[in-house]
Design a binder for this molecule. Structure first.
Ligand SMILES: [Zn+2]
Length: 80
């Protein structure tokens, strides 16, 4: 880890949020190309964001909700 790493990592979130200027983005990308620990941290963070974004998009679709409701009704049947 160098001072460059501190800088790159502190800008990671802003990078992923698309809040960096063109110059800063180029600097972060340049650093990631040459520094595998930072690239790994970046990939990890990017992956997490992808999963969260997917989850939020189809958060509990109606079909799933209906299946859960049916399963609950099934469990609540007294004859079991
Ligand atoms: Zn680094």
């Amino acid at each position: 880890m160098s001072e460059n790493c501190d800088g790159a990592l502190s800008e990671l979130y802003a990078y992923l949020d698309g809040e960096l200027t063109e110059d800063d983005r180029v600097a972060v990308e340049g650093h990631l190309r040459n520094c595998s620990p930072c690239l790994e941290a970046f990939d990890f963070e990017a992956e997490i964001r992808k999963v969260i974004a997917n989850r939020c998009q189809d958060r509990c679709p109606d079909e799933l909700r209906a299946r859960i409701a049916a399963a609950i009704a099934e469990c609540a049947k007294p004859e079991n």
